[in-house]
Write a protein of this length. Structure first.
Length: 221
């Protein structure tokens, strides 16, 4: 006979399972970002989460699937942030600046994300290409940019040939470089790109760069 407490116990187990998976992903994110894919050890992740290697494989299937899950969550975080940005009440120029600033802030707050993307690039983006979830992330990520571009082009503020993927590449490049190349840039040029005293300056530079591109007249072919 089933106890009346069984539904409650089932809910608790589901919640505990979700919490355990989140903890594993938190630690795995740190471990992969620190040691890279090849250097990361599932045993170390298990020890730091006070679980077992067997349990990690139960939830994720293996090291490669765990890394894919880490990537998926990392990209979902920035995608969710982009979806939450309020741009409808802003003019197109201010909206584009706001989106660029959001990406700037996210990369600064999540250096592990930058490292994970770098690691995946070293492996030829194999897991992103193989992941059905990651393969679909690009489209909604560009939708906000397309909306802003369309509004700016309709009002004659942005050039007609401005492309959403180009804008995404410009914003991502600046934000990614600032975090990923901090140490080498400082060694070569004596300037810390993450110096808090220069943060507002670089945040403004990013916005200026994007808006300058969108409003510049293109030379005729």
């Amino acid at each position: 006979m089933t106890s009346v407490d069984e539904p409650v116990r089932h809910v608790v187990r589901v919640r505990d399972g979700a919490r355990t998976k989140d903890e594993i992903l938190d630690v795995a994110t740190q471990e992969f970002a620190r040691a890279g894919y090849d250097g990361a050890r599932v045993d170390e992740i298990a020890a730091r989460t006070r679980t077992t290697k067997r349990m990690i494989y139960y939830y994720f299937g293996g090291k490669e699937q765990l890394f894919t899950a880490v990537l998926e969550r990392a990209y979902e975080l920035i995608l969710e942030a982009e979806r939450q940005v309020e741009i409808d009440y802003l003019d197109p120029v201010a909206a584009m600046r706001r989106l660029a600033e959001l990406t700037f802030d996210h990369h600064e707050r999540h250096p592990d994300f930058v490292r994970l993307v770098g690691i995946e690039n070293m492996h030829g983006a194999q897991r992103i290409a193989a992941s059905g979830k990651l393969g679909k992330i690009g489209s909604p990520a560009l939708e906000v940019i397309r909306r802003i571009l369309a509004a700016g082009q309709e009002r004659g503020l942005f050039t007609a040939d401005a492309d959403a993927v180009d804008v995404q590449a410009m914003i991502s490049s600046f934000c990614f470089f600032r975090v990923a190349n901090r140490d080498t840039f400082a060694a070569l040029f004596g300037r810390d790109l993450l110096d808090p005293a220069q943060r507002d300056h670089y945040r403004t530079v990013l916005g200026d760069m994007v808006i300058a591109y969108l409003t510049a007249e293109r030379a005729a072919d």
